[in-house]
Design a protein around this ligand. Structure first.
Ligand code: GDP
Ligand code: IMO
Ligand code: MG
Length: 498
């Protein structure tokens, strides 16, 4: 065991000293970042490259790959922060699923930004931001977000496009989402109420209305009229709601069309052409692996493919064009809404994590449930997403914990599960099996180099890496861009000749 621990330690430290320096930041790709706004977040590595110029040249010749960034747990892992950091070095950031249920926070010198629909790369002038076909778009929410960003000084013009194929969220989707949750009582999912499930349901039932329909008023009206016959029947009979008037919804959506039409394009061609032209594309996942409609804790999930596979179906980019998948995981676990959560802490330790981690939803403001890091959840995420590396966030929130627990398996009716059970009942009733590790006395808050971390924090990270069966590339120690340790740049790929 001691030998294994030692080799793990060496693995992580080797990446810091060798691969860490392969990341010369701005210098590795000088042309592309000329029009980027912000300072270099890769302090550690830049300094190393300066001291050892050979590594700078090696880094400069490494290929940049197309990367999917996903949440490895139940959402809110800090995807926004990490995407914002990586977006500096990419040509496009593409959202591929979900809708305005997402809330991705970016904090930098220019302020605090919470993105719901707009990709977290919008703060860089030279980065194209794309809403792909797999996203469901509430135009009211999109316009509100665009307006708010403009008041924050963010320029949005040709740097933002939305797929013609993305499905619309209509007022009845939001109303049905809320009414259906209310009627479920204690069995409710705890949705965000943004109309996500009903809009995806219409898409699969082949009665959805798409962004492209906004450009064709006649077709839009015909589809709306047809849908409202059924919707109004349910609205009145089942949910005792008011009817939706065709004319009112039509006028409202034609207003949105006027505002958004210049952004609505065939994004499949836009993104594929960029990739063919050797540009670098980052696919930004929303939600998390365990909220995925197939692989999550069904039915307590969202209604889209939030795992890495969704990046292909949600953008029209084939899997052979994707080089790597970065999983974002908190150094502990959180979940918003209902559903099983084996390592949940309902005691003072849990509320301590909630307070220190400011664990309140970015979209709904709801308190997030908190618990220990779960190795079973993580191993599953590594498998179903084909993770190539991890970014571990919010390490600083564990500062001051005397001891830390990591779940290694679940026990249910005498059976030990090492892998995620698909049986919801087993997952709800299981007892987590823990490995206890020593906490640290010093602070990790704001650390920018691995060397700065207390030895116990390094041991914790080594254990996280080992139990997740995936190497750590990035460690986040605070909410700001600069509060980050980059051990290796996940965008730099070694395998694929591009
Ligand atoms: P996302 O949905 O995955 O983008 O995550 P959210 O933005 O919903 O939630 C993550 C929260 O944690 C945000 O408030 C971030 O500003 C904050 N955050 C991200 N990384 C860190 C970190 O390393 N330490 C601390 N203390 N906060 C962080
Ligand atoms: P980001 O991208 C955390 C949860 C809801 C609910 C379930 C279904 O910020 O990580 P929905 O409205 O999607 O039908 O709700 O999914 N949920 C999220 N939880 N972060 C999110 O997004 C979420 N988006 C949806 O709380 O349990
Ligand atoms: Mg969030």
């Amino acid at each position: 065991m001691a030998v294994l621990g030692q080799s793990r330690k060496m693995k992580l430290e080797r990446r810091v000293s060798v691969f860490g320096a392969d990341r010369p930041g701005v210098w590795g790709c000088p042309i592309m970042v000329l029009d980027k706004l912000e300072s270099d977040p890769y302090h550690d590595l830049s300094a190393l490259a300066l001291r050892w110029p050979g590594l700078f040249f090696w880094g400069a010749f490494q290929a940049m790959g197309n990367l999917v960034v996903i949440g490895a747990q139940w959402g809110d892992e800090g995807k926004g922060k990490i995407v914002d950091i990586l977006a500096r070095d990419v040509d496009a950031v593409v959202r591929y699923q979900g809708g305005s249920n997402a809330g991705h926070t970016v904090i930098n010198e220019r302020g605090t930004f919470v993105f719901h629909l707009i990709p977290s790369g919008i703060l860089y002038r030279g980065t194209l931001c794309v809403i792909g076909n797999g996203v469901v778009v509430d135009p009211a929410s999109l316009i509100e977000e665009l307006d708010h960003l403009q008041t924050q000084g963010v320029k949005i013009a040709k740097n933002f496009v939305v797929s013609q194929r993305a499905h619309l969220i209509l007022p009845y989707h939001k109303a049905i989402d809320k009414a259906s949750e209310q009627s479920k009582g204690s069995r409710r999912i705890g949705t965000t109420g943004r109309g996500i499930g009903p809009s995806y349901a219409d898409k699969m039932a082949r009665i959805g209305i798409r962004m492209g329909d906004l450009l064709n008023p006649k077709a839009f009206r015909a589809k709306l009229e047809e849908n409202l016959v059924e919707v109004n029947w349910f609205a009145e009979k089942l949910y005792k709601m008011e009817r939706f008037e065709v004319e009112k919804v039509f006028q409202q959506y034609m207003g949105y069309a006027d505002r958004l039409k210049s952004h609505i394009v065939d994004t499949v061609m836009v993104v594929n052409k960029m990739i063919d032209g050797k540009k670098t594309v980052l696919f930004e996942g929303a939600q998390g692996t365990h909220l995925d409609v197939d692989f999550g804790t069904y039915p307590f999930v969202t209604s889209s493919s939030s795992s890495a596979g969704g990046a292909s179906t949600g953008t029209g980019v084939g899997p052979t064009k994707i080089d790597a998948v970065l999983g974002i995981a908190k150094a502990y676990t959180t979940r918003v809404g209902s559903g099983p959560f084996p390592t949940e802490l309902t005691d003072a330790v849990g509320s301590g994590l909630q307070t220190r981690g400011k664990e309140f939803g970015s979209t709904t403001g709801r308190a997030r449930r908190c618990g220990w890091f779960d190795g079973v959840v993580m191993r599953y995420a590594t498998k179903v997403n084909g993770l190539t590396s991890l970014a571990v966030t919010k390490l600083d929130v564990l500062d001051g914990c005397k001891e830390l627990k990591v779940c290694t398996g679940y026990r249910h009716q005498g059976k030990l599960y090492r892998d995620m059970p698909s049986d919801l009942q087993a997952l709800t009733e299981c007892e987590p099996v823990y490995k206890t590790l020593k906490g640290w006395v010093g602070s990790t808050s704001g650390a920018t180099t691995y060397k700065q971390l207390p030895v116990e924090a390094k041991r914790y990270l080594q254990y996280v890496e080992d139990i997740s069966e995936c190497p750590i590339d990035i460690i986040s120690t605070g909410s700001k861009r600069s509060e980050t340790i980059v051990l290796r740049n996940p965008l730099k790929t070694r395998s694929r000749a591009r």
